[in-house]
Design a protein around this ligand. Structure first.
Ligand code: HEM
Ligand code: HEM
Length: 245
């Protein structure tokens, strides 16, 4: 028991990913739900969504090759483990985990999948696939719901275990057994993650053309439609012609 010390649990790439994802999703959701489709800022929700998509791809890669607690295999819990864990939480006996617990693990997989789904449906929507609008919106609401449950889970854990896990997601450390720790914080990987994400973000923003509502994916070079082009001007013009001819 007394061999519990401040031990490094979360590597730097995971921590940077977490807070950028939380910030990015919050802004994208505000632009989509609050500002709405008529706002001139609306296309930026799609650009932020595409930035998050790359970050999720990088996080998934890190999930296979990253440090112990960032690796998916360390938190790939089956349904029975989740039911047992959540049952324990309800009875006030949630088992403590150094890394992700079964409940948060499922929320994490859901959030990674939902961001990816939002990007794919968003891109197809832009290509004129209007039938996907409802799916895109349902995914956005589902993501909001999982985020609320996630934050609720964090609050319950913080109170129940008297452990400041929000601070742990910032400095990476927890008071756990020494054997649970990781050897390094992988700063170079964190730096590479930031450079790739920033290059992608700057490229998307630079290539954005408000007149055509398109942007070009950096590195890939493919142009994508991220919103509707206003064709009001043309139809007004035609109407006018109709009147005066
Ligand atoms: C839009 C908002 C948010 C999203 C999308 C989000 C997403 C995530 C994801 C994907 C992870 C897993 C990290 C990884 O292994 O890569 C995670 C973990 C975590 N998040 Fe969030 N998060 C959000 C907001 C927050 C907020 C506001 C807090 C603090 C109150 C928070 C605290 C944490 C903590 C403490 C963990 C580690 C959980 C554990 O011990 O298993 N998150 N979050
Ligand atoms: C974080 C990710 C995202 C969230 C939370 C999100 C959310 C939303 C929401 C709530 C709407 C409906 C807005 C309204 O009815 O006023 C919407 C519409 C739309 N989104 Fe997203 N979105 C995301 C990512 C994307 C991406 C990556 C793209 C494109 C690359 C995209 C393209 C679109 C388009 C084109 C519409 C308008 C649909 C239409 O009315 O024709 N979104 N989004």
């Amino acid at each position: 028991m007394n061999n519990q010390k401040r031990i490094l649990i979360w590597d730097l790439p995971t921590r940077i990913f977490h807070w950028l994802l939380a910030l990015g999703f919050s802004i994208a959701a505000l632009l989509a739900f609050v500002a709405g489709e008529d706002s001139p800022l609306f296309p930026y929700h799609a650009i932020i969504g595409l930035i998050l998509a790359l970050m999720v791809v990088l996080r998934v890669l890190w999930g296979f090759i990253g440090s112990r607690h960032a690796r998916f295999s360390s938190f790939a819990f089956g349904p029975s483990a989740v039911v047992e864990y959540l049952g324990g939480v309800l009875r006030g006996r949630g088992v403590h985990h150094a890394g992700h617990n079964p409940g948060s693990a499922w929320a994490i997989f859901a959030m990674l999948g939902l961001i990816f789904g939002l990007s794919i449906t968003g891109l197809l929507l832009g290509q004129g696939n209007k039938g996907l609008k409802d799916v895109h919106e349902v995914l956005a609401y589902a993501m909001l719901a999982v985020v609320v449950l996630h934050v609720l889970g964090v609050v319950i854990h913080t109170v129940r275990h008297r452990e400041n896990i929000v601070a742990s997601m910032i400095h990476g450390r927890k008071d756990v057994d020494a054997q649970a720790g990781i050897a390094a914080s992988y700063r170079v990987v964190g730096l590479i993650f930031c450079i790739l994400s920033a290059t992608w973000a700057v490229g998307l923003l630079r290539n954005y053309d408000a007149a055509t509502q398109t942007t070009r994916l950096p590195l890939v070079g493919v142009s994508v439609q991220i919103g509707e082009v206003e064709d009001m001007g043309q139809s007004d013009h035609q109407k006018e012609h109709g009147e005066y001819d």
